[in-house]
Design a protein around this ligand. Structure first.
Ligand SMILES: NC(=O)C1=CN([C@@H]2O[C@H](COP(=O)(O)OP(=O)(O)OC[C@H]3O[C@@H](n4cnc5c(N)ncnc54)[C@H](O)[C@@H]3O)[C@@H](O)[C@H]2O)C=CC1
Ligand SMILES: O=C(O)[C@@H]1CCC=N1
Length: 266
């Protein structure tokens, strides 16, 4: 897409908001205003305001992207209700439901609830989105362009799926980074020098991700491809794949994060 994006209003420009903004810049920013009291920038091509009260009177965003922490929603959303007549609100806030946001923005306001992840920063994100009734086809197409600017996007028709999605793909990069941390630590425990341990752990996780991305084989088959019968990997997997080890831990971790997303709803 080469057309310039329509006017955008980004509320909160931290890690996720900033990553999305970078993706939009590649698509060609139109008039873009950021409201963030603390962000440092610079944000080329966009205007950073410290307070929503400074938004120029004539500014008419086609989309308002809500990218503050969920806990900031009650303080940050109501002032933007005036855009509800024409703008689509695209929220990436964990847990916050459409009903909760419409309670602050006005009943019937056009809301898309989405969950991206931080690989968005390198345009390899994965976003799942839900469009509430009342979002027009053109507004959904705009949301698709904005959310798809940082990687893959999938749309779901059931809002409740956003809670487990938040647990799996929203938080997923953290679990992968934890794996890199733990591999590095275990390498050092086995006597590998710290700088080599760090390089090995990072490269192994990154390279495995790249292989997975490039392959059409199931993850399970890629795992089997590493595992020689009676070899070394088999010994490690016997520890990790014990029912009370990773299978149980990952299930419980995802269930805990899903429950937390539901708690953040209201
Ligand atoms: N970090 C992640 O991996 C993901 C985060 N999210 C969601 O994205 C949202 C933002 O998360 P992060 O970017 O990680 O947090 P962050 O802390 O990096 O960014 C939040 C930004 O909001 C700004 N802010 C605080 N009060 C504000 C106000 N009153 N008005 C406008 N801006 C204000 C902060 O200055 C900060 O720049 C959260 O709701 C989170 O649930 C969604 C997917 C993944
Ligand atoms: O931890 C969180 O609440 C957010 C949502 C998914 C990733 N970070």
């Amino acid at each position: 897409m080469t057309d310039t994006l329509p006017p955008l209003l980004l509320i909160g420009c931290g890690k996720m908001g900033g990553a999305m903004l970078a993706g939009w810049r590649e698509r060609g920013l139109g008039e873009t205003i950021i409201v963030d009291p603390f962000a440092t920038g610079p944000f080329p091509g966009a205007t950073l305001l410290r307070d929503a009260a400074e938004i120029p009177a004539g500014f008419a965003p086609a989309a308002v992207i809500l990218a503050t922490k969920p806990q900031e929603a009650p303080a940050t959303l109501p002032i933007h209700a005036r855009f509800a007549g024409s703008a689509v609100f695209v929220s990436i806030m964990a847990g916050k439901t459409v009903a909760f946001m419409q309670g602050l923005l006005g009943a019937g306001s056009a809301v898309v609830r989405a969950m991206p992840n931080t690989p968005a920063a390198v345009r390899q994100g994965f976003t799942v989105a839900y469009a509430a009734p009342g979002v027009s086809a053109a507004q959904r197409a705009l949301a698709d362009t904005l959310l798809g600017a940082t990687g893959e996007i999938a749309w779901v028709e059931e809002e409740g799926l956003l809670d487990p999605v938040t647990a799996v793909s929203g938080g997923g990069p953290a679990y992968v980074f934890l794996l890199a941390e733990l591999l590095e630590r275990a390498a050092v425990e086995q006597g590998i020098p710290a700088d080599l341990a760090r390089r090995m752990a990072r490269s192994t996780v990154a390279g495995s991700g790249a292989l997975l991305a490039a392959s059409t084989e199931d993850a399970a088959q890629l795992r089997k491809n590493v595992t020689s019968p009676k070899g070394t990997t088999e010994r490690a997997l016997a520890v990790l794949m014990e029912e009370k080890a990773w299978p149980d831990h990952i299930s419980r971790a995802i269930a805990a994060a899903t429950a937390r997303s539901r708690e953040l709803a209201g």
